[in-house]
Write a protein that binds this ligand. Sequence first.
Ligand SMILES: [Mn+2]
Length: 353
Amino acid sequence: MTTTNPDWARAVKILERAGQACLACHVRPDADALGSMLALGLALQDRLTVLASFDDEALDVPAGLGFLPGRELLVPAGRLPGRPEVMVSLDTSSPDRLGALAGRAAAAGQLIVLDHHASNTGFGTLNIVDPQAAATAVLAHELIERLGIRLTRDIALCLYTGLVADTGSFKYSSVTPAVHRLAAELLSYGIDPAQVSRELYDRAPFGYLGLLSAALGRAVLEPDSARGLGLVWTTVTLADRNRAGLPLDAAESVIDELRRTDEAEVAAVLKQADDGTWQVSVRSKSIVDVGKACAALGGGGHARAAGFWYVGGEGPAGAAARESAGAAARESAGAGLAAEGAIAALRRELGRP
Ligand SMILES: [Mn+2]
């Protein structure tokens, strides 16, 4: 797959001349972020020194991504040089999403930004940002190809995992013939697609069933929201997670159940983090640009899949919005005032033409 961005040639030149490359991806990395980063790291490691990292001290690889190869390339953020010669940021729409690595990215001699978020702020010295790309893995693959590096089974597994995750198993509208051709090429390296699906989607501890049941049981349908196209939403509270003993990322797939709802173009799941703040995941089917709505709320993402963090409080327009929230929303068990503030804010953005 090739695009015509002239920065490709510059990126290749920079990486061919570099002695060391620092790779970074966004905090709490998902499969595309981590998969793309590890794929590029594995590809580059025979030519130069690779230091890959995300966020902070703990460097916890999310539970479901423990099967990805290349984790030996990961080092704590503090081990990266203060002013990297060359840094590559993957799947990250803005520097603040790099967490503890933001300062190093700003100080880097060259910062190559490889991303597919339409909301990308273009914070690199060189930006290869393609919102048409189904995953950052597609761009990482193109970079590896342009560097003339042969794929291995491990590189292919990392790229394929990112591709599967960001296309929802090849279900989203971003899936093109080229995406399937890339998948076919990656599969030819002998990776097991059933293993990737199982790791990404088809497994959960028993406690997840209780969490899912609680969340689905309090789902609210608002046919009039999103300019009459319908909004369905629910919460996953800290209490739900504590009962099941599950971390925040275990609630990731609740949205996939909610978004089935025929009566709603938009689905949202409000997930309460350990510190009480809310991570809001939003999906749309075919009309509403939820990326735009979430960007207006300080988050970002894609047209059909996006999110934002809601710190609490109701915001300036919150009280008024809450009045119009309707009894169902107010009564939704366990949602709490802050969740209501978050959904009111989202409802307001979705209501804009
Ligand atoms: Mn991505």
